[in-house]
Design a protein around this ligand. Structure first.
Ligand SMILES: Nc1ncnc2c1ncn2[C@@H]1O[C@H](COP(=O)(O)OP(=O)(O)OP(=O)(O)O)[C@@H](O)[C@H]1O
Length: 228
């Protein structure tokens, strides 16, 4: 099966003093219908990997092929189109429009993606993430975990086919973390879609279809060890 996204030989170096090279020849193919987890210790480049994969950062070498477009060499207009309709992000910090209510934040996300605004679908999604009674509140009036659930609801409603989620369960308790994973599973079950989730939580990562570890700029697949 054709991968939904494929990274080949990706190198990314930050030319700081001293320079840092979090990605040093990373290759990864993500097939449709898969949840892929990337784990590894703090500061090793997991967020950098997601940013390069989603075209937010340009790699120095290698390619990131998404529906035939190499995001490393794509124009700004091509990258914009990919972000509107193809690749959705859950950032480590939950970004919301501070002057808009929870529901209005959802509406804004759909408009930005050029998608029809379906009030019923928004309310259903808000209910699924337990925010019905907070729908008319501003982000500042939500708890940190509620903000995170709102960000997830927002991205899950927009019809992307690839979701890149950076530590999506930070600030969530175990029940909500499981719930979020269930939403990811439902997302990939709806056709040719995939999720790449970065997490430092090993137990969470193990629920994914494939687990990779990023270490010293290299990505290695973690093979399951079958207990005797
Ligand atoms: N814009 C930048 N300029 C210079 N160095 C950077 C930049 N962004 C990230 N880095 C460095 O690159 C390395 C990888 O950072 P990254 O945020 O990708 O790691 P991470 O594995 O996601 O960490 P964490 O788990 O703590 O979120 C770190 O050493 C970081 O300091």
């Amino acid at each position: 099966m054709e991968p939904l996204i494929e990274l080949k030989g990706v190198v990314k170096e930050f030319r700081s003093v001293p320079p840092v090279r979090p990605l040093d020849g990373v290759s990864l193919a993500v097939a449709p219908g898969r949840i892929v987890a990337v784990t590894g210790v703090s500061g090793k480049g997991k967020s950098t990997l997601l940013n390069v994969m989603g075209g937010l950062l340009r790699a120095d070498e290698g390619s990131v092929l998404y529906h035939g477009t190499d995001l490393v060499r794509a124009s700004a207009a091509e990258i914009d189109a990919v972000h509107r309709c193809g690749i959705g992000f859950v950032f480590q910090s939950p970004y919301l429009f501070p002057a808009l209510t929870a529901r209005e934040n959802m509406v804004m996300a759909l408009r930005a993606a050029g998608q029809p605004v379906d009030g019923g679908a928004i309310d259903a999604m808000l209910e699924e993430v337990g925010l019905t009674d907070r729908a008319d509140h501003l982000p500042a009036e939500l708890s940190v975990g509620q903000k995170r659930r709102l960000v997830l609801a927002r991205v899950l409603l927009a019809k992307h086919d690839l979701l890149l989620a950076d530590e999506p369960t930070n600030d969530l308790d175990a029940d909500w973390s499981d719930e979020v994973f269930g939403r990811f599973r439902a997302f990939v079950a709806e056709g040719e879609r995939s999720v790449v989730v970065v997490t430092h939580d090993e137990a969470y990562a193990r629920q994914a279809d494939e687990v990779y570890v990023l270490e010293e700029g290299k990505l290695a697949r973690r093979e399951e060890v079958t207990p005797c």
